[in-house]
Design a protein. Structure first.
Length: 322
């Protein structure tokens, strides 16, 4: 069972409030005997990369939507029937709870999802999450220009989570082209995805005879994709994880208003002593240099951060540099 932290500790009041509401959601639903799983940011943080979230997404069966509203009403939430086709909402202490009973692509909470669910621990609470395979499909379908975070969450799941590739292929039938495009994009970023999985999806979509052929391609006939990976393959997987995180760290540096437009280089290295993150560049502020280390250490709590950024002193006494 994995432990995780979904909300940044930089705002302890928000974190405490989020925890209270999260517990209140579980108490309300479990007291009423409602079947549910967490999806959204909570599940993405629990199964994939560390990330922040300030709202709660629960996935329920359509027939339970009115019972869920009544249960949350009784638990002190204010509720609304936002869209009777797929979404209700609840609020407590300014924390939003999305009550989802149909995900994009006609995806519903079913017996397989419940059978494949994962438990994780968050701040002493045990949470039931949708499986990483189901969440990948949900995220791939939910991705749009307005919500690009879904795509990155799905990539992080491919990078961090232990994936049952046979089950992913089975669930990908809901959105085979979206999932295929995601897996190809992941490979283009050097994330480890088996070629056989891509070939299976390609043939399922376009049929045989399109230049892709894998012997023993039918998982249903008893041929399983799961196997033990060689040391070299495991290292490639580890390197792809590190590369993905380094890209996300560059994005964090660029988006952090406290840092501004800093010209820094971020390098990830893996070795026998563990991963190392190297930061190179120049800044005129020691505070900025320390902040770079702080942000990087939050992203990589188990890595050695080697901050090689140089501090450039500004000319003194108003004298301009020649």
């Amino acid at each position: 069972m994995r432990n995780f932290k979904a909300v940044s500790t930089e705002n302890p009041e928000l974190q405490e409030r989020f925890d209270r509401v999260l517990q209140a959601v579980m108490d309300s639903l479990e007291t009423s005997g409602i079947t549910y799983l967490f999806i959204g940011g909570v599940a993405s943080a629990g199964l994939g990369r560390p990330r922040s979230t300030t709202d709660i997404d629960i996935f329920i069966r359509p027939e339970d939507r009115e019972r869920t509203l009544r249960a949350l009403d009784a638990g002190g939430f204010s509720t609304q029937r936002t869209d009777p086709a797929w979404l209700y909402k609840a609020f407590k202490e300014n924390i939003l709870v999305d009550i989802i009973f149909k995900s994009k692509g006609e995806i519903y909470l079913d017996h397989q999802m419940m059978h494949r669910r994962r438990m994780t621990e968050y701040h002493g609470m045990k949470l039931w999450l949708v499986s990483p395979e189901d969440l990948i499909v949900i995220k791939a379908l939910a991705h749009s220009e307005a919500t690009p975070g879904h795509w990155h969450d799905a990539l992080a799941l491919l990078s961090y989570a232990e994936i049952d590739w046979d089950y992913l292929l089975q669930r990908a039938r809901k959105a085979p082209r979206r999932v295929l495009s995601l897996l190809l994009y992941a490979q283009s970023n050097d994330l480890w995805v088996p070629d056989a999985v891509v070939a299976h999806l390609y043939e399922d979509i376009f049929g045989a005879g399109h230049g892709v052929s894998i012997k023993g391609r039918e998982p249903s006939s008893g041929a399983r994709l799961g196997r033990r990976f060689s040391h070299g393959e495991e290292k490639r997987r580890s390197d792809s994880h590190l590369k993905y995180d380094v890209e996300r760290l560059r994005e964090e540096f660029a988006a952090d208003e406290r840092l501004g437009e800093l010209d820094v280089e971020v390098i990830g290295e893996s070795g026998e002593q563990g991963p190392r993150i190297i930061i190179r560049g120049e800044t005129m502020s020691g505070e900025h240099r320390q902040l770079l280390t702080h942000v990087a250490q939050n992203r990589f709590p188990n890595c050695h951060i080697d901050n090689q950024v140089r501090i450039i002193e500004s000319p003194s006494n108003g004298t301009e540099a020649a």
